[in-house]
Design a protein around this ligand. Sequence first.
Ligand code: SF4
Length: 281
Amino acid sequence: MKKAMFYEKIDNGSVQCLLCPHGCKLAPDSTGRCRARKNLAGDLYSLNYERLASVALDPIEKKPLRHFHPGKRILSVGTFGCNFKCSYCQNWSISQGDITTQVVKSSELADLAMKYVERGSIGVAYTYNEPSIWYEYVLESAELVRERGLVNVLVTNGFINPEPLTRLLPYVDAMNIDVKAFNEKFYSKYCKGSLDIVKKTVEQAVDNCHVEITTLIIPGLNDSTSEIGELAKWLSSLNPDIALHLTRFYPSYLMTDIPPTPDARIAAVKECAELYLRHVY
Ligand code: SF4
């Protein structure tokens, strides 16, 4: 546990977390929506600090990143918690569930990253669950990883306030940001989040590091050619070389009543996105 960054004290021992746009107001002993930050005796603490739930050496293409050190691998780590509640989450056991974790200090993580260089690793990816709600550990680790001449990658939902993002970005080399749909209704109904915030994160990120985007195509919910066309058009207005990854849905977590995305649907939305972007996968 570590005292959190980005919060303010309010009345009666309560605090308001300012890390993400939810802005949770927490009475003593209560925990934020992400399950990762708690008010203890009038101060906010990060509960997942130094706690790893998943570690693997992954191909960089699995993040997915196709235009950032292709062919290399990256040490990939995650913890528990998430500030979204996607009803179709594919990693729900760590984002929403309770899971065993192992303590790994940031210096140990940076040393581990160095160890895997000889196996083709280029650094550390903070992934699997939402890394922005692991903020203090990610920032601390990213600084150490960078000091060792390696890179940092964030795989994120982009739901973070501008100030903490600005503080972290100098240590981030690449991001894959989920744009889960290109309509607010989807974000509020299925993720308990906001597209508008995510768009602002993408806009801030593309000015500071390598960015690729992922959209999971769910039959009947976000798979219209017009919606994906609008997404691609907006991305193209930022940079037509931004890579867009369109991935297939399969039934998971609470959304088990929708079949996997047909290949033909992926092909149709891909064709539409390619009207605006040079790299659609
Ligand atoms: S980071 Fe967590 S505690 Fe802070 S505002 Fe977001 S959901 Fe709430």
